[in-house]
Design a protein around this ligand. Structure first.
Ligand SMILES: [Zn+2]
Length: 420
């Protein structure tokens, strides 16, 4: 088990010094941890912007190319999303221009896609297109992408005459399913304005998700349950944690809210003794994965949100337990957002936002400093996995660059394409 992650030997807390330490003494990681934050945040920003250049070269090239994989998860849209974040932090118009160029290529290559989500589907292409076009002040382009976004759902509707009925073939999970479509609607409503995607549309999808969840629930189990390819997953990417996370961003009826709450309490009650969470309802014995996609980091983000939405201490305590698991076993031998150190750092950032406790900010900083100090060296030595798609947002260095940009302004940090 221990070969999945590096033992975390970083101090539980390190005070920041008021002055720069002498560069000739001590260990580089410890020096980063005690560096005054204003200096450290500049280091993160510089490293992120340098990485961004490499990622653009590797995934897009100098003049653009045919987009093989358009998705945000592993493909070109991930680079566009990183450029959009870089623009938000650095206000360099070239980043916004290139973001729109890549979105345009993704628009062409996703036109036949029937996937409706932000992370793996065409909804992400159109939604990012709308928001980037708004930032660029291009009203005509904004309208184009918005009309394309509105067509996305018609791909998977069995009827579209005032009543939306999604095809039974669409799953409910985040990466390919209904909840991933709903997240795209939230993203648009946040950036363009409430009602851009009206609640009549989102409500119809929520109804289907709740109906499916109640149908699959069994006596003695949680009130909501889902499956993806025959497995009842618990995690953020394909399972309960991701579905509950996005549902809590909508206005729910009292009985729906109770079902969400009780489903999360069931997960807390049935977690491992270690505080980690099983991959699925079927696989409740192997306490191995500490990823955003499967395990404590992804479930923990949902519990932080539940603590905020329901104002229930049990959720906060469980989220803090999840954070301990991430601190001890989450220094993974991978860099990415989905199942790497970068994604795991967001567990601490999320708790920092909710509680204001600087110890959580320190833990996020420690994970990010570990990457800043060692990721390239460890990958070069073969001691860390560079990722099957080494420059992608969700599995590769794109995720690390995104985290570094978020560490520039931690109060604004949000897990990409997942936290609003
Ligand atoms: Zn993963």
């Amino acid at each position: 088990m221990s070969d999945r992650f590096f033992p975390n030997v970083m101090p539980d807390f390190a005070e920041e010094t008021t002055e720069q330490q002498d560069d000739t003494t001590g260990e580089s990681l410890l020096k980063l941890l005690s560096m005054p934050y204003p200096s450290l945040s500049q280091r993160f920003k510089r490293a992120a912007l340098d990485l961004k250049e490499t990622i653009v070269m590797e995934t897009w090239g100098l003049t653009g190319q045919h987009v093989r994989d358009f998705t945000l998860y592993n493909g070109a849209l991930g680079t566009a999303f990183l450029l959009f974040k870089a623009y938000q932090v650095d206000k360099n118009k070239n980043d916004l221009g290139l973001c729109l160029e890549i979105v345009k290529a993704c628009d062409s290559s996703s036109s036949a896609s029937r996937d409706v989500t932000f992370i793996c589907g065409r909804a992400g292409v159109c939604a990012l297109g709308v928001v980037a076009a708004k930032c660029a002040g291009n009203e005509q382009l904004l309208k184009y992408y918005l009309s394309q976004f509105r067509e996305v759902i018609s791909f998977v509707c069995s009827s579209f005459n005032g009543i939306i009925k999604l095809s039974r073939n669409v799953p409910n999970e985040l990466l390919y399913g209904r909840i991933g479509y709903l997240w795209s609607c939230l993203f648009l409503n946040k950036h363009i304005g409430d009602g851009t995607i009206p609640s009549t549309t989102t409500r119809a999808v929520i109804d289907e998700i709740i109906k499916d969840g109640r149908e699959l629930a069994k006596r003695g189990g949680p009130p909501l349950m889902y499956e993806w390819y025959g497995t009842k997953y618990w995690g953020a990417a394909h399972g309960l944690a991701g579905i509950m996370h996005v549902l809590m961003d909508f206005v729910l009826t009292p009985d729906e809210a109770e079902d969400v709450k009780a489903t999360l309490k069931y997960m807390i009650k049935n977690r491992f003794l270690s505080g980690n969470y099983p991959v699925s309802e079927e696989d409740r014995k192997r306490d191995i994965l500490v990823h955003w996609c499967h395990g404590a980091p992804g479930v923990g983000l949902t519990l932080v949100k539940a603590a905020k939405v329901f104002e229930d201490k049990e959720f906060l305590e469980a989220a803090e337990d999840a954070a301990d698991v991430v601190w001890n076993r989450g220094l993974l031998k991978r860099v990415g957002i989905c199942h790497g150190i970068s994604g795991n750092a967001y567990m601490f950032l999320s708790l920092y936002h909710l509680t204001g406790n600087l110890e959580f900010l320190y833990r996020a900083k420690a994970f990010a400093c570990f990457l800043l100090d060692r990721a390239h060296k460890l990958i070069a030595k073969g001691e860390m996995h560079g990722g099957d798609n080494p420059h992608s947002l969700f599995e590769g260095l794109g995720g690390m660059a995104y985290l570094f940009l978020d560490m520039f302004e931690p109060p604004e940090a949000r897990f990409p394409a997942y936290e609003l």
